[in-house]
Design a protein around this ligand. Sequence first.
Ligand SMILES: C[S@@+](CC[C@H](N)C(=O)[O-])C[C@H]1O[C@@H](n2cnc3c(N)ncnc32)[C@H](O)[C@@H]1O
Length: 319
Amino acid sequence: MIVHHSQFPVSVQRQLLDALRLGQVPPRFLYDGDRQTQKWLAVHRAHSPSRIDAGVQSIYEQAFDASLGQAAGESACLVGLGCGGGQKDTRYLAKLKSIYSTIDYVPCDVSQAMTRVAREAAAAELPLERIHPFVCDLANAPDLGQALDGIVSPETKRVFTFFGMIPNLEPAVILPRLAALLREGDRLLLSANLAPGDNYRNGVETVLPQYDNTETRAWLLSFLEGMGVSPAAGQLRFGIEEVDGLLRIVANFKFLNTVRLRVADESVEFAAGRSLRLFYSYRHTEQTLAKRLAKHGLAVADSEIDASAEEGVFRVEWV
Ligand SMILES: C[S@@+](CC[C@H](N)C(=O)[O-])C[C@H]1O[C@@H](n2cnc3c(N)ncnc32)[C@H](O)[C@@H]1O
């Protein structure tokens, strides 16, 4: 397992403290550590359309099949950026295996536990020596390309997956990084949660109730519990906010009592009535996504949208 310097403890603690002072929890902290990983995997099992909706599963299968047509060469490396438990990547690996004689897999995630779960899943398709877990905070890794070159030979064509990541990362940070990563012959498949219907805001309002469920509450509140805060210390509320023309679902925890959050030997006070933003998730339309990608020199070359128009898988190219 390789751990990028973005995940060294001192920089991780500093990032959390700085964000808490602004009343925010960066999304990556919701997944970090064994406990948060288990809680999120429970959300995924119970609610992810890719696990419970055959229509959504099939758009991934179709996107994988369609991308095989672009295959060239004998060997390839699948890089799962934000691999989570690796279920989607493993299904993709099963298909890639049929056309390449050698395949490597780099399950890359901010959570070390997630990369271990993904490694175990992928072991059903690849020998363990071909799987190279990489723990990295994608939002804080300007040298990502260089780091990957140290794991797989720069001559190897890469297939990047970026599934379920668009909602949790700031577009202005991650899209230029993705664009810089792509080399001639590489491929990128990403998925996005969409707002169904013709009206963007109405579409986001339609999906809002999906977020307020037992497993998601347990996942978000367990982050606070891990910091010594009882769920009874405040109220968790879901809502919608607009940022730079995009809509996102947010979950804020409003403190009922004054609470001090400790990180290493520093602390941040939340007075009664103050809110901490625990979660956000951008929703897109096909148009908002295409527009954001275009800002960074990326274009959709192929897309598969599920029948409910709530999820899409996109093959994206550098133009
Ligand atoms: C919504 S899950 C998607 C998982 C998987 N790709 C899938 O589609 O099932 C988001 C994943 O991204 C990871 N993640 C979140 N922020 C990250 C960051 N800044 N850098 C790397 N991974 C991150 C989380 O640990 C989690 O595994």
